[in-house]
Design a protein around this ligand. Structure first.
Ligand SMILES: [Zn+2]
Ligand SMILES: [Zn+2]
Length: 140
């Protein structure tokens, strides 16, 4: 993504800090937490204080450039809002997160709508389990 263009399209002032945060999130392979952003070398080198970092995250959320992901860890994660529809799988032992493209079977959606009388507009579906490394560790 062109970070500078994304900010100017949203009528947001371009600052080094905003560009760096968005750059970092856009290159992350999985949703990242504020702590991840804080600890990224490119962010550290800019010496962005925590209040500014939180403000940037909120501005990016408000402008629908990023979205919030809740993986029930007691903290939120963030990813680009423009990513195609997908889900996540979380290792309950080491906390590693992976994106997965598999989605609900359309038949499941129909049967839920039939059962509840709802018309489903969107859904969030997250999976939890043990990653391959943690599984090997447990089997030893
Ligand atoms: Zn694991
Ligand atoms: Zn889905």
């Amino acid at each position: 993504m062109n970070v500078a263009l994304t900010l100017s399209t949203a009528n947001l002032k371009k600052t080094k800090a905003r560009e760096a945060v968005l750059e970092y999130i856009s290159h992350a392979k999985t949703p990242i937490s504020i702590q991840d952003v804080e600890n990224a070398p490119m962010i550290k080198s800019l010496k962005i204080d925590q209040a500014t970092l939180y403000r940037i995250i909120h501005i990016l959320l408000d402008n629908h450039i990023i979205r919030q992901v809740d993986l029930h860890e007691g903290k939120f994660r963030y990813e680009l809002a423009a990513l195609p529809h997908h889900h996540h799988i979380v290792c309950t032992k080491c906390g590693i997160v992976k994106d997965i493209s598999d989605c609900l079977d359309p038949k499941a959606k129909q049967s839920i709508e039939k059962e509840t009388g709802f018309s489903i507009t969107t859904h969030a579906l997250e999976f939890f389990g043990l990653c391959s490394s943690c599984r090997i560790f447990l089997e030893k």
